[in-house]
Write a protein that binds this ligand. Structure first.
Ligand code: ARG
Length: 575
């Protein structure tokens, strides 16, 4: 409980000074209690024993005796086995939660505004988006929303793979595919077909190489074909973004192609810093500390022997752009863990070459794989790789069946809307509720269940509160100014949970892990369920109690809606 912690520290400081102790000697030990029956915050006095030459319990007693009497209005103090425990008092919680109730930002403070580039989604032209890109899109979207909510200037960039030597063969293949009829291209096979021809048909390979040269010299006809191919793929990407309801659109496009002009500049700057060397005809950098399996220095290839530039070179150019043109303070790369070596090396070279200074932060926000329940890569029943649109549509259809079973009185159009919120929410939440570094198993039954750590469970808690207000004569808005009275343990747990919202947002930001927020919301919904089971809300004989509980319900609903909204998940009022 950060709020309680913050109130205790200055008062504890004064008491400690009287014992001749400074903050370095105890502040780090002050933490959350593991045993909540004793308190919320605890100070283990065992390490102080050596300094003060007294038993931990005696030290705890001495500190307690020195404590300002004001603290007793905030927390109950007890001492158990050398632990000095602080347990938030109901009156203090009431005050805190009531002030949060009238705050539109739910206690979340703004941070000093930074410009943060978030590189996410970033699929490749002429290929279908795969589940890895789905993860990147969902995590990046949540981080964008959360950083914006904290007051930052978020620049979302979709670093699509739209340039480089493969485009020679892709364009040649495109020409042979009767490019007047763009609608016929199948993105799931297009790249493989082109690759096959390139590897097996000499004449095709030759034309492909010539096409690369034309592309690089901006030959008008070639650029036109390239643009058609890009546009065709974008239709597919945009339809996934639209289904997902993420913030990305064409304004966020910042693909590899836009850095093409900067690539020679990258080489020049690396040369001027004496970082580049020639190795077997290629230009490479050997960043310190990188070795291959044979223990030889590992190069980052900047320009290949044939003059072509690499993925890494584009990323270096991109850093120059983000630092110098966008003037960002931070850049986040939401990309799968398999690229972690790439990013470590690129960041290191960018620092060595002074493309970014010490103050600029570059973070690879990496994530694990998406697996089917069989432990293998996701595939459809026929064994063909499933497309993302099919996946999303299936989720919406499954959600619709569930609602039909649960709430048959809903109109067709409402059911369609709600199914979309649930189906898409379920997929996003399944991803966001797992530590991003772990692989996650894609499991329809689990993610669409109304029990457990799932989107439907959280959405249902929210809808349930909306339904309480439909039955009540009191409007949700009128509860903003109500005083919330924390009396029993259920009200207390729920209130403490709600107060923790801003802390959970900060943990999410500091670790770039939306799952922290998801875990928080799940606990909140669980605390609400226990409260609702045990505390009747619409009671006729005690108006103050009813108003207080209604306010607590509404504040729970607002916190759930805001929190899920920050994860990019919608909250139906009825389900
Ligand atoms: N297009 C790449 C891929 O599909 C991801 C790009 C990530 N962003 C970056 N700046 N390298 O693997």
């Amino acid at each position: 409980m950060r709020e309680l912690h913050n109130e205790i520290v200055p008062k504890l400081s004064t008491a400690m000074v009287e014992l001749g102790l400074n903050e370095n000697q105890w502040l780090n030990s002050l933490g959350s209690s593991t045993d909540k029956t004793h308190g919320d915050i605890t100070l283990p006095c065992h390490t102080l024993s050596k300094i003060l030459r007294k038993s931990p319990n005696d030290i705890a007693i001495a500190i307690a005796n020195n404590l300002d009497s004001e603290l007793s209005e905030i927390a109950e103090i007890n001492i158990v086995n050398g632990f000095l425990n602080f347990k938030a008092k109901n009156s203090w919680i009431s005050k805190k939660i009531s002030s949060m109730n009238s705050d539109p930002r739910l206690g979340v403070e703004l941070e000093n505004r930074k410009t943060i580039v978030i590189d996410y989604s970033s699929p490749n032209i002429a290929k279908r988006m795969h589940v890895g890109h789905l993860r990147s899109t969902v995590i990046g979207d949540a981080l964008s929303r959360i950083f914006s909510f904290k007051g930052h200037n978020v620049v979302g960039e979709n670093h699509i793979g739209d340039w480089g030597t493969p485009f020679g063969m892709l364009i040649e293949h495109f020409i042979e595919c009767d490019n007047n009829n763009v609608g016929e291209i199948d993105l799931s096979t297009f790249y493989k077909e082109a690759r096959y021809k390139f590897e097996n048909i000499d004449d095709f390979a030759l034309r492909s190489r010539q096409r690369v040269v034309k592309l690089q010299s901006r030959d008008a006809e070639t650029i036109d074909l390239w643009q058609k191919l890009v546009d065709f793929s974008l239709v597919n990407f945009n339809s996934v973004y639209q289904l997902l309801g993420v913030l990305l659109n064409d304004d966020n496009l910042a693909g590899e192609s836009i850095y093409e002009d900067l690539l020679p500049e990258v080489v020049k700057r690396l040369e001027s810093q004496d970082l580049i060397v020639e190795s077997e005809g290629a230009l490479v950098v050997f960043p310190d500390g990188w070795y291959n399996r044979e223990n030889e220095p590992l190069p980052l290839i900047i320009r290949k022997g044939d003059g072509g530039y690499n993925y890494a070179t584009t990323d270096l150019a991109c850093i120059i752009n983000r630092v110098e043109s966008i003037e960002c303070n931070e850049m986040l790369y939401v990309v799968g863990a398999e690229q972690s070596q790439h990013f470590s090396m690129v960041f290191q070279v960018a620092k060595d070459a002074k493309f970014m200074d010490e103050k600029t932060k570059a973070v690879h926000v990496s994530f694990g794989l998406v697996m089917g329940s069989d432990g293998k890569k996701l595939a459809s029943r026929e064994g063909k790789a499933i497309t993302l649109e099919e996946l999303l549509e299936e989720s919406v259809n499954r959600a619709e069946k569930l609602i039909l079973e649960k709430n048959s009185s809903m109109s067709d159009s409402d059911r369609k809307k709600v199914s979309k919120m649930i189906g898409i929410g379920a997929i996003k939440y399944a991803d966001l509720s797992i530590d991003r570094n772990k692989n996650y198993v894609f499991d329809w039954d689990k993610m669409l269940s109304f029990d457990g750590n799932t989107a439907p469970y959280l959405q249902y808690a929210h809808a349930r509160i909306c339904s309480i207000f439909r039955k009540s004569s009191i409007s949700r808005e009128s509860t903003f100014n109500s005083e919330i009275l924390v009396v029993n343990d259920f009200e207390k747990s729920l209130s403490k949970s709600i107060i923790g919202f801003s802390e959970s947002i900060d943990e999410t930001i500091n670790s770039y892990s939306p799952h922290r927020l998801a875990v928080y919301l799940h606990h909140l919904a669980q605390d609400f369920a226990s409260f609702y089971e045990n505390c009747p809300v619409l009671i006729s004989n005690d108006e103050a109690k009813m108003n207080s509980r209604l306010a607590l319900c509404n504040l729970t609903a607002r916190t759930l809606k805001t929190g899920l909204g920050l994860l990019g998940i919608e909250t139906p009022e009825n389900m």
